[in-house]
Design a binder for this molecule. Structure first.
Ligand code: IMP
Length: 437
């Protein structure tokens, strides 16, 4: 075994700011490529380079680094419209990625009908007050079709029978949409025909890109001693098998899936980098125990932290750092190194952290099956640090309040064999403090 794979995962509900950390890791020169292994265009990884900002939904977070190869693995669901738009956008920023972007022929193809089905399913669930608040990118229906073995793969678009297969699937979807209309009153949004045309045009563009056996290619790179960074979409708490089901996404966002989603033996996985924010955010449905119940305070966090979705523009709910949930996420992921982001963002005189959950009178020992069963949180309060730490790059310049906060987190995770390696204090790559080596 010559090269290795390091994995970057979110340890909260997504939106931890992984893009910035991935960008910094890639800039270290330790990796020749970056690979996405799960999810689809529901993700939104923001990277900044000087005055250039790029939000990658499908293109892995190395778009702004010329020497980095970009891999989209087997476990991803690829929306050709989103992908080709991103490539175009990157070109506008001066980065032509088409020669260094490799798309797995086994990755699954999101059809123009998948977002419609996503909307129909959400409409149906909303009747029972159970909508998930998805990104409406067709992710759930695409993974459902994948598991039911009827979706198209990216490789299929190059085959002679593509049109026939596509017709068969869209007919199947049309029948489902009719059912949602007749039984549940789902109205098809306007412009469905244009969406189809846009999709077919994007498929034509996709055909010109490098579609191949990405799994074999990554293994080849590893064999010659190159290292790859694997980036997870979403966060551990949204993992389909381990999150607060059904308020989750439809793929596994935990790092173990880097092996399956890329088709590389797990023995290649080395460091598992976990990413957290100094507070927590969540979008979509489901309970959020650590949520800040004071609307004014929550809004101030949203504004200061730019907490609105990079994919949907929705305002994110904001909560205190939830150490109980974090311990669960770390235990599931095997994270050994943590990036603590947005430590400069602090509103108010005091901050809280959630250290435990109660359900009725019972203090929970294990992470609950359903977060809606949490009736109360156990919290600790500490002094806040206002705006004092924005842009700080040296440990010695950190305000005593923030230092106390970070040391508290470290203490609370002491038994888990993890360390905080970097603390983010602003949007720019250099707004980072090296913490524990
Ligand atoms: P889906 O992945 O679009 O099906 O959405 C399922 C749930 O995951 C919803 O609550 C979404 O808000 C959430 N979700 C999906 N992707 C992201 C993300 O990248 N960041 C944060 N939440 C996400």
């Amino acid at each position: 075994m010559k090269g290795f794979i390091d994995v970057v995962v979110g340890l909260q509900w997504g939106d931890e700011g992984k893009g910035k950390n991935i960008d910094a890791l890639l800039a270290s020169g330790d990796y020749s490529g970056v690979a996405r292994f799960n999810g689809g265009a529901n993700a939104g990884h923001t990277i900044k380079l000087g005055d250039k900002t790029f939000v990658g939904h499908l293109v892995p977070s190395g778009g702004l680094q010329e020497n980095i190869e970009l891999f989209i693995g087997n476990g991803v669901v690829v929306d050709p419209v989103s992908l080709t738009k991103e490539i175009f956008e990157l070109k506008g920023l001066g980065f032509d990625v088409s020669e260094r972007l490799y798309i797995s022929n086994r990755a699954k193809l999101v059809s123009y009908t998948h977002p419609l089905l996503d909307a129909a399913e959400e409409h149906y669930k909303s009747k029972g007050g159970k909508s998930v608040g998805t990104t409406l990118r067709g992710i759930g229906p695409a993974y459902a079709d994948s598991r039911a073995r009827r979706i198209l793969t990216v490789g299929d678009i190059l085959a002679a029978d593509f049109e026939e297969k596509e017709k068969e699937l869209s007919q199947y979807h049309a029948n489902l949409l009719l059912m949602y209309k007749d039984k549940y009153g789902f109205e098809m949004p306007a412009g469905a025909e244009e969406k189809k045309k846009e999709w077919l045009d994007a498929v034509e563009k996709l055909k010109k890109l490098k579609i191949l056996d990405v799994s074999a290619l990554i293994r080849e790179r590893l064999q010659i001693g190159k290292n790859i960074l694997a980036e997870a979409a979403q966060g551990a708490m949204l993992d389909v098998d381990h999150g607060d089901y059904p308020n989750v996404t439809s793929s596994n966002s935990l790092p173990a899936n880097a092996s399956l989603g890329l088709g590389v033996p797990h023995t290649y996985l080395r460091n598992i980098y976990g990413v957290i924010k100094a507070y927590t955010t969540k979008v979509g449905g489901g309970a959020f125990p650590s949520r800040i119940r004071d609307e004014v305070l929550e809004k101030a966090f949203q504004d200061a932290g730019g907490e609105y979705g990079s994919t949907t523009g929705r305002r994110r709910m904001v909560g205190w750092l939830d150490i109980f949930a974090l311990r669960y996420a770390i235990a599931l992921s095997g994270v050994n190194k943590i990036f603590l982001n947005k430590a400069d963002i602090c509103i108010g005189e005091k901050v809280k952290v959630v250290t435990g959950y109660k359900s009725g009178n019972k203090v929970l020992k294990e992470f609950p099956l359903h977060l809606k069963d949490v009736t109360e949180t156990i919290t600790e309060e500490m002094p806040g640090w206002g705006e004092k730490n924005y842009g700080v790059t040296e440990k010695s310049k950190v305000s005593p309040e923030l230092l106390k906060y970070i040391n508290y987190i470290i203490d609370m995770l002491a038994d888990l064999d993890v360390k905080i390696i970097a603390v983010g204090t602003g949007r720019e790559r250099e707004h980072t403090i090296a913490w524990d080596k």
